[in-house]
Design a protein. Structure first.
Length: 366
């Protein structure tokens, strides 16, 4: 079933701070007006560090995210490349109730396809089109995925297999989570076939598998540390296909799956999420990048030693258990990476990162 949408344009939802989101937290710290941290206003607090600004005096870094006086360093090509587009229940098919978060994106025709999770418990997945300027266009489809024994469909990741559009998602039963995927008719935005891979020695909670196509057969990054392990999936059959060690100095805590890998210049670019635990006990999510070989054993060639982006505690609702950014889709749009992510388990954003700046942040292993 599809829901017709009237003609409308994207509007950024009004917020307590009316200024639009301009840049990520890591980039905000690189402003030439920022002369460094002053320490914390409260002993032991990791979220209230203040900084000295040549223009505004003592500030918090969350203010720098929105500041119009930001001055980029010459090595960082920012401009529009680090801005963001926000989608929520006010500007993305507002006739549909519920939150829109943990989205995915993939190229399609002259624009993109955009999948998002709608709601928390009992969530469903919707799929729509975006123009080349990342504006919603046309109708939105609620994907008719299997519901037997399933409470909710969560965290979609779009990918192509043998040239056909597919979507990976998490099926939540109330007691366990399963990773399933489906083939999608790209013209009608309908489900054509469903697959439930059976994993030997699986965990009770299976999530964050990152699927990609190798020689017409689905493969998936299962995890990356201490070994980069790859599953081979044929319909409902899986096998542990490859494993290669990954010695690293990643500073962002654990590493979990994120976006479906994107093939660029003969290598797979895999944007992932990580997390650390703050002194207040809350989990702080972040995002990094791994680059791995396009042929077996799919070993890791490069990675970012520190996060490219970090969740902002200042925008997290007080009842939220963690400060979250959750990337689920990536496309390379000219000289910018466009990363679709959930923010605070409430809304979606497409954030843009300069390709050259990203490449310069990689540590190469060979």
């Amino acid at each position: 079933m599809t829901i017709a949408t009237p003609n409308w344009k994207i509007k950024v939802k009004p917020r307590e701070n009316p200024k639009p989101l301009l840049r990520s937290l890591p980039l905000a710290k690189l402003c030439t007006n920022n002369t460094g941290p002053n320490g914390t206003a409260k002993a032991g607090c990791t979220t209230c560090t203040t900084y000295s600004c040549n223009v505004h005096g003592t500030v918090r870094i969350s203010q720098c995210v929105y500041c119009e006086d930001y001055q980029e360093k010459p090595a960082i090509k920012a401009g529009s490349s680090w801005k963001a587009i926000r989608f929520d229940h006010t500007n993305l098919y507002p006739e549909i109730p519920g939150m829109r978060f943990n989205p995915s994106i993939i190229e399609s025709g002259e624009g993109y396809l955009f999948a998002f999770r709608n709601g928390w418990r009992g969530s469903r997945i919707f799929l729509c089109r975006l123009t080349k300027d990342f504006q919603p266009a046309g109708e939105v489809a609620k994907l008719q995925l299997p519901t037997s024994g399933v409470i909710g469909h969560e965290d979609p990741r779009l990918f192509r297999l043998n040239g056909k559009l597919h979507i990976v998602y998490v099926a939540y039963t109330g007691k366990r989570t399963h990773v399933k995927f489906a083939r999608i008719n790209e013209d009608r935005l309908t489900v054509e076939d469903n697959f439930f891979p059976q994993i030997d020695k699986r965990a009770s909670w299976e999530k964050n598998h990152s699927y990609f196509d190798y020689q017409g057969i689905a493969h998936a990054v299962y995890d990356s540390t201490p070994n980069h392990r790859i599953l081979k999936i044929e319909g409902s059959r899986t096998e542990w296909a490859y494993s290669s060690p990954f010695q690293h100095s990643w500073s962002g805590g654990y590493i979990r799956g994120g976006c479906s890998p994107v093939l660029v210049d003969g290598k797979w670019y895999h944007w992932f999420h990580g997390a650390t635990t703050q002194k207040n006990g809350r989990r702080l999510y972040n995002m990094g990048l791994i680059v791995f070989r396009a042929e077996p054993p799919f070993d890791i060639l490069a990675y970012t030693p520190s996060p490219i982006d970090v969740a902002d505690p200042a925008v997290t609702p007080k009842d939220q258990w963690a400060d979250v950014i959750f990337p689920c889709g990536a496309v390379l749009a000219g000289d910018r990476w466009a990363i679709a992510m959930g923010v605070a388990d409430r809304w979606s954003e497409i954030r843009f990162y300069d390709r050259q700046a990203v490449e310069s942040s990689l540590h190469h292993l060979e």
